[in-house]
Design a protein around this ligand. Structure first.
Ligand SMILES: [Zn+2]
Length: 292
């Protein structure tokens, strides 16, 4: 606080007149005069002393005002934080509600591993697999899925061609499937058999796995409804690594026999691949609707 232990009015008037005679501008009247000032103090020049950092008659109010201001600020911060977290969790909840189911589409083989080859044209299984997966990707995405592809190019997933490439390739596929946390896994291949008369698309499932078997049965039913599928068949059980990479229902579809000239003639056309992919989508959707 700044206080003025100043002089009485008569003394100030004298100083005023002396100042005017000397041609000086008179000292302006101090805003505050201490009424307890005695005559003995009047002979001293006004002294300004800092006695406190806060005015005594204001200090109580300042403390209350500061406390209120702090409480108000704290309240505002609390409200802002609450609103922020409410919005954050509401958006998170909305996002989880609109999250699309994930389907992993695995194009078998790739790179130096071409798979089997067509006896008629020499077409590589790896190329046909990738083409099928691309078509399936479009169809599943149009049906509201998020499609994750293990292999997106003609290259394999093994990195280098050093020994052990097949093992590395399968490990990379397994990692992609695991990370995707899919609702469904479909692996696409082409078949081959010593008898060229053997034809048709066929689904494979993991032996002892009920969801894998149910999915394969639904896929096979849809494939058997295709007029081109002349030999109606049943899904086949087996121990397949790609079907054990997640807990999601998983199946392999062998789209046809590249050892059959008739099947190969169909498989090399985009039109047939589109048709067969539609049957796979239909089978998958039927399974998912029955399983939910
Ligand atoms: Zn294959």
């Amino acid at each position: 606080m700044i206080s003025n232990s100043g002089a009485p009015a008569a003394f100030r008037r004298g100083r005023f007149l002396i100042a005017r005679r000397r041609g000086q501008s008179p000292r302006r009247r101090a805003p505050f005069i201490n009424p307890s000032c005695t005559l003995s103090q009047t002979h001293r020049a006004p002294v300004f002393r800092i006695t406190s950092f806060a005015l005594p008659y204001n200090s109580g109010m300042n403390f209350i005002t500061r406390r209120r201001a702090l409480l108000s600020a704290f309240g505002v911060i609390l409200i802002v934080l609450t609103a922020f977290f409410c919005c954050f969790f509401a958006l998170g909840s909305a996002a989880s509600q609109t999250q699309k189911p994930v389907v992993v589409l695995d194009a078998g083989h790739g790179g130096i591993d071409a798979g089997v080859r067509g006896t008629l044209t020499g077409v590589k299984e790896s190329d046909l697999n990738l083409s099928f997966v691309r078509i399936l990707q479009e169809k599943f995405e149009a049906a509201g899925f998020e499609a994750v592809l293990t292999r997106k190019t003609e290259a394999g997933l093994y990195g280098t061609t050093a020994p052990g490439h097949k093992k590395r390739d399968m490990a990379a596929r397994a990692a992609i499937i695991e990370e995707a946390a899919p609702a469904l896994v479909l692996s696409v291949h082409q078949n081959f058999f010593s008898d060229p008369a053997r034809r048709g698309a066929q689904a494979f499932y993991l032996l002892g796995n009920a969801s894998s078997k149910a999915l394969a049965c639904s896929l096979q039913s849809a494939l058997n409804r295709m007029p081109e599928c002349v030999k109606k068949t049943s899904p086949v059980a087996g121990d397949y690594f790609i079907l054990k990479c997640s807990g999601a229902p998983s199946a392999i579809v062998e789209c046809g026999f590249l050892s059959s000239p008739e099947d190969e003639q169909l498989l090399i056309t985009q039109e047939y691949r589109e048709k067969l992919a539609s049957a796979i989508l239909e089978g998958a959707l039927t399974y998912l609707s029955s399983a939910s």
